[in-house]
Design a binder for this molecule. Structure first.
Ligand code: SF4
Length: 445
């Protein structure tokens, strides 16, 4: 039983992260070993050695599954090269987006893949400690991870004597409870240290100064779970499972007006239309109006955007990003202007307040969205919105500020008719916003 349903995908979609068979018992380590678990760790320790592992990852071109999609091999190399007595590996499974459960589903259904990938990372960069950071409410994921860690330690794959080499790689699970910003890597580190969580300017990058000032490697569980495939599946074969620049697969959570909601593993680079087909598309009589991609600070694409490739670069060009892996399908009964205004207000509320352009700028941006929805736009509201967004992005300290502008900018870019209807004609085509303005004007009782 997992936290969210796993959607059936076409046979041509490889399963590299989630278990291939529904009957799989995720905590049975013998079953996992019979399926190939820890083969890559053994190859890393016995044959490749640390430099060989890093070289293989660099050569694979693999990039992080979520977030900004940075090349992971370079990150590992940078972390390994810093002179230090101790290093850490962090599995960032905090997953701030409250509507997304992909990380916890992965930990519940395939914990050994995450543990193996993180152990390989620790071996490659010379870290003696791996911390799995999980939201406190993800109780099933915490239980599964702790049980899998205990079994892997008993079997000698991790712990005080990894595969009989004398290498020590200790794992622990740290349940965390905090704000939306806790998913940001520098905030997560402060949370693990018990400090107040606010992002830090980078550089210095966490690969050189991370947890307790030591070099630290942080990835989401999907990224770690993909590592064994690279080492055992062959470097050359991995890119063929996805878009060339974004090898492999990624977990998405599809919700909103679709026939089937849940978590799906899809290859990077397929079109957004193919991703939505996994969820059975939009059931009649509903009609597709928009797709919100990347979570609360994501971008909103129109139906014409379904041909965009689902990978970091293609989505960035379209004004969205993979982010949390959230895909929310919106039908004709929703107002995209209202949706963007609500998301912007959420992002303004979640900003940590450390930097003024974000603290004040996002608040002003949310007010613009609210004025438009309330039928009280000022002159030149769209120019004010785009200018302010450019200022906010230009002064951003962290990605939250950069991305919080995406929703309203998406509306300006793709839904101009609906936006103009609100501003010019004081009307909401979906019938969501205007009644508020009418009510204030006394025309609705
Ligand atoms: S940009 Fe916003 S969220 Fe990021 S540190 Fe500054 S105030 Fe906090």
């Amino acid at each position: 039983m997992t936290s969210a349903g796993i959607l059936t995908t076409p046979a041509r979609f490889p399963r590299l992260l989630l278990p291939a068979t529904p009957a799989h018992n995720p905590l049975d380590i013998d079953e996992a070993i019979a399926s190939g678990a820890f083969t890559a760790l053994r190859a890393a320790v016995d044959e490749l050695k640390a430099e060989g592992v890093i070289g293989a990852l660099v050569e694979s071109g693999m990039r992080g599954r979520g977030g900004g999609g940075f090349p992971i091999g370079e990150k590992w190399r940078a972390c390994a090269r810093v002179e230090a007595d101790r290093r850490y590996v962090i599995v960032n499974a905090y997953q701030s987006d409250p509507a997304v459960m992909t990380d916890r589903v992965l930990l519940e259904t395939n914990p050994y893949a995450v543990i193996e990938g993180a152990a390989i990372a620790a071996f490659a960069v010379g870290a003696g400690e791996v911390v799995v950071a999980v939201r406190t409410e993800a109780a099933d994921a915490i239980r599964a991870t702790e049980a899998a860690i205990a079994a892997a330690e008993s079997a000698g794959f991790i712990g005080g004597d990894v595969l009989g080499t004398g290498t020590e790689i200790r794992f622990s699970v740290r349940p965390l409870q905090g704000s939306y910003m806790l998913g940001e890597e520098t905030v997560l580190l402060k949370g693990l240290e018990g400090k107040r969580g606010q992002p830090e300017q980078q550089p210095p990058y966490v690969t050189s100064r991370g947890l307790y000032g030591a070099p630290t490697l942080i990835h989401g569980p999907q990224t770690f779970a993909a590592v064994p495939t690279i080492l055992t599946g062959g470097i050359a074969g991995f890119p063929e499972t996805g878009a060339r620049a974004f090898a492999g697969t990624v977990l998405v959570q599809i919700s909103g007006t679709v026939a089937h909601r849940g978590v799906a593993e899809v290859p990077f680079g397929i079109t957004l239309r193919e991703v939505l087909d996994v969820a059975g598309g939009v059931p009649a009589p509903h009609r597709l109006k928009a797709v919100l991609i990347g979570g609360p600070s994501g971008g909103i694409l129109p139906p014409e955007g379904l041909s965009v490739g689902f990978d970091h670069d293609s989505l960035a060009k379209a004004g969205a990003y993979v982010g949390s892996g959230s895909i929310v399908v919106v039908d004709q009964h929703s107002c995209v202007v209202d949706l963007a205004a609500v998301l912007t207000r959420f992002c303004a509320d979640q900003a940590c307040g450390k930097t003024i352009p974000c603290r004040i700028g996002l608040r002003r941006l949310a007010e613009i969205g609210a004025r438009i929805c309330d039928g009280q736009p000022r002159d030149d509201e769209i120019a004010r919105l785009t200018d302010l967004s450019a200022d906010i992005v230009g002064s951003a300290l962290c990605d939250h500020e950069r991305r919080a502008t995406l929703a309203l900018l998406s509306v300006v870019r793709y839904f101009r008719d609906e936006l103009d209807a609100h501003i010019v004609r004081n009307s909401c085509p979906a019938g969501i916003c205007q009644p508020k303005a009418d009510a204030r004007a006394g025309t609705v009782s």
